[in-house]
Design a protein around this ligand. Structure first.
Ligand code: DAK
Length: 250
């Protein structure tokens, strides 16, 4: 089996998990998401790991779900649910693109370090669909409705620097500092009382859990509906054929 996710242990209580599909900008295929979920579950269960840094490579954290898979199978919901159920604190370390599902994954982290020149966005609208893994909910909560609407409805990207400014990232730093700073934050997390960190992480999630749950359900239903619409199929086909889509409104 191909290693779509690589795990290292740079410090006793800190794991570094790298997404590893560099040729397609770490597009999140179902196989990759599955390996990531399994990696997090394994780290969660080993009794040693207290914090995880999640990263991609210098070109991309992840450019979204794998569009080539869209035509045959959409993203698998239960794998993403497994990703979201980890009790470990996650520090996202973003260089390059964090788009679509890539940004949604980054926003699922508890702390986020981004490169000044990273490119964060929800470009699904350009494929004739919309975010389906929490983008409409988590982005809106993080940056507010005004900017979220511009990003989701128009596909506007933010630089890493802008992401920090608007409260989407904890730190924006030069690209070569992203990993060291993220590892430093993870080491800090690992020095805290593990039970307290886990409980606090869960409690932060609960701050908006009920409305999040309802919002995620609505978002998912709409996403899968759009994926099957004529425009959704056209948008995906156009991306794969490297041409502009023509929308029919169906
Ligand atoms: N999927 C598959 N392949 C991708 C990809 C993606 N998302 N992004 C890039 N690639 C591939 C390209 O096709 C290209 O492959 P080759 O042509 O070399 O074979 C290679 O990566 C390099 O990309 P480019 O040649 O396009 O590189 P550029 O620097 O010119 O452009 C780019 C970089 C990031 C601007 C461009 O690649 C791009 O626009 N990529 C697509 C970004 C995007 O639309 N992402 C959103 C996808 S939708 C859900 C869970 C998840 C989701 C939804 C629901 N549920 C659980 C319900 C998520 C949905 C999405 O993420």
């Amino acid at each position: 089996m191909e290693d779509l996710v690589l795990t290292e242990r740079p410090h006793e209580h800190v794991a570094l998990v790298r997404l590893n599909r560099p040729k397609v900008l770490n597009a999140l295929s179902n196989a990759l998401a599955e390996q990531l979920a399994t990696a997090l579950e394994t780290l969660d269960a080993n009794g040693v790991t207290r914090a995880v840094v999640l990263t991609g490579d210098e070109r991309a954290f992840a450019a979204g779900a794998d569009i080539a898979e869209f035509a045959a199978v959409g993203p698998r919901l239960e794998v993403w649910d497994r990703l979201w159920s980890t009790g470990l604190p996650l520090v996202g370390a973003v260089r390059g693109f964090a788009l679509g599902g890539g940004l949604e994954l980054a926003m699922s982290c508890d702390l986020l370090v981004v490169a000044d020149d990273a490119r964060l966005g929800q470009p699904e609208i350009n494929l004739g669909v919309m975010p389906g893994a929490g983008g409409t909910q988590r982005l809106t909560r993080a940056v507010g409705k005004t900017l979220a609407a511009e990003m989701i409805l128009l596909g506007r990207e933010l630089s890493g620097r802008e992401a920090e400014l608007h409260g989407l990232a904890n730190r924006s730093v030069p690209a070569e500092r992203v990993l060291p700073v993220a590892l430093e934050l993870a080491r800090e997390l690992a020095k805290k009382a593990p039970l307290a960190v886990r409980a606090a992480k869960r409690a932060i999630g609960r701050a908006f859990e009920d409305s999040l749950r309802a919002g995620l359900d609505d978002e998912r239903r709409a996403f899968y509906g759009l994926l099957q619409s004529a425009d959704g199929r056209e948008g995906v086909a156009a991306f794969l054929e490297k041409r502009r889509p023509t929308w029919s409104g169906r």
